[in-house]
Write a protein that binds this ligand. Structure first.
Ligand code: PEP
Ligand code: MG
Length: 592
């Protein structure tokens, strides 16, 4: 099909991670990694592509001079002179001109051209039988890596400085990129990488920006300025959509708007089943800007405050105790007397603040992150614990630890918490010494020793995003294995069932704050298994309330009983689908 302005429509299917429809022009962001994706550019883009290249060359030149100066100070001029060869590469006009000529001739973005030209030079030199010259090959590769890094490093800045309405097209976005995104201008975003529970997807949902991830090659197909239609609900992207397509989507958007308005009318109604069973809906938030949306969307209180987002996307260091306390107090005041569960820092892996020193790890998702990182950096942890305790003068404040994998972590964290309480008491600072402390259950080992952990906490919060990832050995952010990421896998159903039963045996309550709680199809099953609270992003709250209000608690129990004796993820999903189609078909309409 041909779009109105003469370009061919291209349709792509990815993973819809933040519902809604957006239509706007593409803004391409440089990718972060050093490998160079090939993308054709239009003739109009040539000057800006060359400007990107020259800017990256200048930055690289300055960086090398800076390093050279530091090396000279520490090791002497002799060692620093090694970098002269690097400077020669960035200043080499014939090398630079060849890159520029190829960009113009082949209409390609700078990264693959630079890589190809540099590989050619380096390969040629490597073959020369003169050790001085062959060593220069390594210099060329090194400098190229640095230039590519600088080209990619623009991503974060580009996100902050987007100055017109657009759909952001990127290879991948880190949570810190999305945290600094200008919501007014970014109408949607689409990426090559990612999957539905990646932290970037969570941010997209929080910001209510229609988004599709896991498109594999959208950065290679889309050009700057192309008209893009994003269907974040169903995971479709249309580049240069036809008039018919735009019309079809205008109608779809209107229908969705009608359903959404009807759901918004539930705002002040109780999340209560038809037979009078109450299931509190709280909100997951990442940023303080979301606080207003919590009540506006009919959630009551916060079930998960992902505090690490206060640390991401900042230019000036980490927030100190006063700044953190002010943020937690703002959250507590805004929801009072409804509860606010502050999760201690879940930093590490994909969530690293700029300038935060972390050793390189081969498997960061299994590495020093979350509670492990906090326990190994007591100063960082105690600063946060003190700030949370200061906010606990509002008695609706609760707290919990992320990524717990053994009971000792909970005990050590509680010891540090008690130390902070003693310090504050000595300083005469007000706090709640009976603050409820819970733990997230998101590692299978923690789920299986829930009975051993229970005596040390007041509640559990099931982080199903990670629980599924770690139980099934499926990276939650990797689109290549997204088909294996199955929330209804019997292993997950059994773990949830076990944790909920243990919590009740010990007189505790259990919330689900992972994405499963926000999936209307799975909500009856969770309720039937005895989950006491659902915490979801504010935008999902109306849909979840609608499901609860159309459900009989008694039938959810029957559903759970049948699910627990099923033998496959598909069978459980089928049972859940049957129920939702029966009780709330409009919800299916909204998600298809
Ligand atoms: C989870 O893992 O389910 C969870 C809620 O935590 P996060 O998504 O922040 O890892
Ligand atoms: Mg988690």
């Amino acid at each position: 099909m041909v779009a109105a302005h003469g370009k061919n429509e291209i349709s792509l299917k990815g993973i819809g991670v933040s519902p809604g429809i957006a239509v706007c022009n593409a803004q391409l962001l440089a990718r972060k990694s050093e490998t160079a994706i090939k993308r054709t550019i239009s003739a109009d883009e040539i000057p800006s592509e060359i400007a990107r290249f020259e800017e990256a060359l200048m930055t690289t030149h300055e960086q090398i001079r800076h390093i050279q100066k530091q090396v000279a100070e520490v090791l002497g001029d002799e060692h620093a002179s090694i970098f002269d060869a690097h400077i020669l590469v960035v200043d080499d006009r014939s090398f630079i001109e060849e890159v520029i000529r190829t960009i113009k001739r082949d209409l390609l973005n700078v990264e693959p051209v630079l890589l190809a030209v540099s590989n050619r030079y380096a390969d040629m030199l490597a073959k020369v039988e003169d050790s001085y010259l062959s060593e220069r090959a390594a210099d060329i590769r090194d400098v190229t890596k640095r230039i590519l890094g600088n080209l990619a490093g623009e991503t974060v800045d580009q996100m902050k400085h987007i100055d017109e309405e657009c759909i952001v097209v990127a290879h991948d976005l880190a949570p810190s990129d999305t945290a600094s995104m200008n919501r007014e201008r970014v109408k949607g975003f689409i990426t090559d990488l990612g999957s539905s529970t990646s932290h970037t997807a969570i941010m997209a949902k929080a910001l209510e920006v229609p988004s599709v991830v896991g498109l594999h090659n959208v950065t290679a197909v889309a050009n700057k300025g192309d008209l893009i239609l994003v269907d974040g609900t169903r995971g479709y992207v249309f580049i240069n959509p036809t008039e018919e397509r735009l019309e079809e989507y205008r109608k779809r958007a209107e229908e969705h708007e009608q359903i959404r308005l009807a759901l918004d009318a539930l705002r002040d109604k109780l999340p209560e089943t038809k037979d009078g069973y109450l299931v509190p809906i709280t909100a997951n938030i990442e940023l303080l800007q979301e606080l207003d949306a919590v009540g506006a969307r009919g959630a009551k209180g916060i079930g998960l405050f992902r505090t690490e987002f206060l640390f991401l996307g900042r230019e000036n260091g980490l927030p100190d105790e006063d700044e953190q306390a002010a943020s937690y107090i703002e959250a507590a005041e805004s929801q009072y007397p409804s509860p606010v569960v502050i999760r201690t820092l879940d930093l590490g892996a994909d969530k690293l603040p700029s300038g935060f020193e972390m050793p390189n790890e081969l498997n960061p998702f299994l590495g020093d992150r979350a509670i492990r990182l906090c326990l190994s950096r007591p100063d960082l942890f105690k600063t946060q614990l003190r700030a949370i305790l200061r906010a606990s003068k509002y008695d609706n404040v609760r707290m919990m630890y992320p990524m717990v994998s053994c009971v000792q972590e909970v005990m050590q964290a509680n010891t540090l918490l008690r130390e902070c309480m003693m310090e504050l008491a000595k300083e005469g600072v007000e706090f709640n010494k009976n603050i409820q402390v819970g733990t997230m259950i998101e590692v299978p080992s923690a789920a299986l020793i829930a009975d051993i952990i229970a005596p040390h906490v007041s509640f559990f919060s099931l982080g199903t995003n990670d629980l599924i990832q770690y139980t099934m050995a499926v990276d939650r952010g990797n689109e290549n294995v997204a088909h294996l990421y199955k929330p209804t896998h019997m292993a997950i159903i059994r773990l949830i069932d076990y944790v909920v039963k243990v919590s009740h045996r010990f007189g505790l309550w259990t919330c689900v704050c992972g994405q499963m709680a926000a999936d209307p199809v799975l909500v009856p099953l969770l309720i039937g298994m005895g989950v006491d609270e659902l915490s979801v992003s504010p935008s999902q709250a109306p849909m979840i309330k609608d499901v609860i209000r159309k459900l009989y608690y008694s039938s959810s129990i029957e559903l759970a009983q049948r699910a627990l004796v099923s033998s496959s993820a598909e069978a459980v999903l089928e049972l859940c689908h049957e129920m939702i189609t029966d009780i709330a078909p409009e919800v299916i309409e909204l998600s298809e």
